[in-house]
Each structure stands twice: as structure tokens, then as C-alpha cells.
Design a protein. Structure first.
Ligand code: ATP
Length: 219
């Protein structure tokens, strides 16, 4: 589904953060992306989300050469990729429901066509009773779940999550992990960037380990 071949990335004139990265993410797969702080996990997720272009190498996303995807095509292709950002990126003036429904509203869909689905999704992530409040009153864990719901609202083929358990207690971290596993069982590929060893030890999943710009894969 996604393929990287000898990908390199540097910011501006800085050093190469990622060097000769090659891997594949198969359809319906589940993997952790890990490595010490500052090794480039977020950078790699941004390459997958196509918010960054590689400085060298080849990226193929859903069979398309990344370098040939135009600005105009990008939003359509990106609908297949859900991204949970480390800082959530919820809009303060919208309720939880409105934040989650936003990608569909932006697309011009009529609310009657998605209302029930969004409510179902909010219940699935455990926010059934927090739909009509604003982000300011949500706890860190609730914001995290709202961000996950928003990333899933367009039923992407792959979900990317950047440190999704970074700000939550171990109990909630386990619940979130169960959500990701259930999502994966339903057919969505999942990539979780984390340095939480305890979290990774709970699942027998592929580990993509970044270290000093290189990637090692442990299946
Ligand atoms: N926009 C940017 N411009 C310049 N350098 C950047 C930029 N974003 C990240 N970097 C640098 O790239 C390196 C990798 O950063 P990145 O955020 O991808 O690492 P990370 O593994 O996700 O870190 P963490 O686990 O702390 O979130 C760091 O040295 C960082 O300072």
C-alpha cells in the first residue's frame, strides 16, 4: 500500500535526519514506529501523510509516485490517511462533535448524511457524553480520543498516530491501544509512533525502529 525506497530527508541545509529508509506498509497491517526522542518519528509520519517531501528516494502511496502527486490531487488522496497529531489540533470554537465532523463538512457533505455515523464514532471512542462540549473542558485523554475520532471520520485505509498515549495514564493507554487493535481488525492499517516500551510489549506487532537516521524492522 505504501512503499519507501532509499528515502532521505533533511530540513533546509541541516543534516540528513532520515537516511536510506526503505520499507513497505502492507494493507491491514499493524506496526509501531519507535526510537529515541528526536530521531525522526514525527518526520517519518509527515512523509507518510505527505505534508513533507523527501529530499531523495522514492515514495509510493496507494500505487502512486509521491513526486507526481499534484497539490490539487493531494486532498483527495489524503482522505485515505488518518493522522492523529501529537498536539491534537482541535479547533477551540467547535464542539467535540463539530471538530470530528469537520472534514466531512469541509467536503460539502450534508449533515443529515453523516450525523449518525459521527455520533456512533464518538460513542466508539468513549465520548458519547462529551459530544457537545468544547475542547477547553476536555481532559488530555478526551482530546486524544476526539483527535482519533476525527482522524477516522473519513474511514481512511491507514491511520497514523503520533505518540497517542504520550499524555494519558497507563489504563487509558491500554484502552486506546485496544481501540487501535479493533480498528485494525476491521481492516485499517495502523502505524503508532511511540517510545512507550510498556505499550509495545502488550502487542505482538511489527516494530520499525529509527536510530541515527536509519530504520531497522523487526517483524
Ligand atoms: N521543521 C523543522 N525544521 C528543522 N528541523 C526540524 C524540523 N522538525 C524537526 N526537526 C528536527 O528533526 C529531528 C527529528 O525530529 P522529529 O520531531 O521527527 O523526531 P521525533 O523522533 O518525532 O522526536 P520526539 O520523540 O521527541 O517527538 C530533530 O533533530 C528535530 O530538531
Amino acid at each position: 500500500m505504501i512503499r519507501f525506497e532509499n528515502v532521505g530527508l533533511r530540513y533546509g541545509m541541516g543534516p540528513e535526519i532520515l537516511r536510506d529508509i526503505s520499507f513497505r506498509i502492507p494493507e491491514r497491517s499493524f506496526q509501531f514506529l519507535t526510537g529515541p526522542s528526536g530521531t525522526g518519528k514525527t518526520t517519518l509520519l509527515r512523509l507518510l501523510f505527505m505534508s513533507l517531501k523527501p529530499t531523495r528516494g522514492l515514495i509510493t502511496i496507494f500505487g502512486k509516485d509521491r513526486s507526481r502527486i499534484t497539490r490539487e490531487e493531494l486532498p483527495l488522496i489524503r482522505r485515505n490517511i488518518g493522522m492523529v497529531f501529537q498536539d491534537f489540533r482541535l479547533l477551540d470554537h467547535l464542539t467535540t462533535y463539530e471538530n470530528v465532523a469537520l472534514p466531512l463538512r469541509v467536503r460539502g457533505r450534508d449533515e443529515s448524511t453523516y450525523r449518525n455515523d459521527v455520533i456512533e464514532l464518538l460513542k466508539w471512542v468513549g465520548l458519547g457524553d462529551r459530544m457537545h462540549v468544547y475542547p477547553q473542558v476536555l481532559s488530555g485523554g478526551e482530546k486524544q480520543r476526539a483527535a482519533i475520532a476525527r482522524a477516522l471520520v473519513e474511514q481512511p485505509r491507514i491511520l497514523l498516530a503520533d505518540e497517542p498515549t504520550g499524555n494519558v495514564d497507563p489504563l487509558l493507554a491500554r484502552r486506546l491501544l485496544r481501540l487501535f487493535i479493533e480498528l485494525n481488525r476491521m481492516g485499517t492499517a495502523v502505524v503508532i509512533a511511540t517510545h512507550d516500551l510498556g505499550l509495545m510489549d502488550q502487542v505482538d506487532a511489527r516494530r520499525m525502529v529509527l536510530s541515527e537516521g536509519r530504520l531497522e524492522i523487526y517483524d
